[in-house]
Design a binder for this molecule. Structure first.
Ligand code: GLU
Length: 285
């Protein structure tokens, strides 16, 4: 059975880009008699606001994109993320990182050729080679580390991998594309990549749909799935909705929020009619 999901963060109102993402996931599920799930990606408690859970649900219902079952909150699944992190630690593919954001920036500025990925400079690997004793000493001194993926150790354990995207076709995984990503932040004990992979597996999502800006992340996700022995879903990275200047929408674009469009009299049909269509996934009416 086809299972899709829409996974917004309740840190702001939905804009039309979110509406489009939700519509793609909803249609894929409905066309195949499958299920469409709603999952709140709310692990970052520093940015989440309670009012946005309700606002997101109301906007989805107004758009006619009802979800099946109860909406899930990632903040309620922390134990599963800790369990997944422990497995990666035991496998020797996760290491503690004591760097502050500032130290990382300074280190990058000092390096003659800092490693770069599609989204800019990558973590330069400062803590990767700390000895066992150095790590233990820092932890004993009360420092609380973040945990990072050792991408090259991971690659040698997984061997070569691929994933299939319905728009972009088969992709060969580059496990180092985003460098040694953070698996668990110091302050919240998990992070996006680990949480999304854990949840997509436990919720048995068969097609992960999301914006094409997240295509590089899928290289990390496929690597984590292989390391954790999780089933591989199919992917559909859809185009992003942009404004008149071709810039992708952000939560700060309040005038493009579904809420303000609705309040100014725009109909659901008009919103759907503004979405791009594409043969690889269901087109708007
Ligand atoms: N929470 C992410 C977002 O709001 C979605 C990530 C995903 O679908 O994997 O863009």
């Amino acid at each position: 059975m086809t299972l899709t999901r829409f996974a917004p963060s309740p840190t702001g109102l939905l804009h039309t880009g979110h509406g489009y993402a939700a519509m793609v996931a909803h249609r894929l599920a409905r066309e195949r008699g499958g299920c469409f799930r709603l999952r709140f990606e709310d692990i970052d408690s520093t940015r989440v606001r309670e009012e946005f859970y309700t606002a997101i649900e109301e906007d989805l219902l107004w758009l006619g994109l009802a979800w099946d079952g109860v909406a899930v909150r990632q903040s309620e699944g922390m134990e599963a993320y800790q369990h997944a992190l422990a497995r990666l630690q035991e496998a020797g593919v996760a290491y503690p990182c004591f760097c502050t954001r500032r130290e990382i920036e300074e280190e990058i500025a000092r390096m003659a050729s800092a490693p770069h990925g599609p989204e800019g400079a990558l973590y330069p690997g400062t803590c990767r080679n700390l000895s066992h004793d150095e790590r233990a000493e820092r932890i004993a001194s009360g420092l609380n580390p973040a945990w990072r993926l050792d991408a090259s150790a991971a690659a040698s354990q997984t061997g070569s991998l691929t994933f299939t995207d319905r728009r972009f076709g088969e992709q060969v995984v580059d496990p180092s594309l985003l460098g040694d990503v953070v698996l668990a932040r110091k302050d919240i004990g998990t992070a996006y990549h680990l949480a999304v992979v854990t949840d997509d597996a436990s919720q048995e999502i068969t097609i992960v749909t999301r914006g094409e800006d997240l295509l590089p992340s899928t290289h990390v996700h496929r690597t984590l799935q292989a390391l954790l022995g999780l089933k591989e879903p199919e992917y559909l990275h859809h185009p992003l909705i942009t404004d008149d200047q071709g810039r992708r929408l952000a939560k700060r674009d309040h005038d493009r929020s579904i809420r303000s469009l609705r309040e100014s009299g725009t109909s659901v049909e008009e919103i759907f009619a503004s979405f791009p269509s594409c043969v690889e996934y269901p087109t708007p009416n």
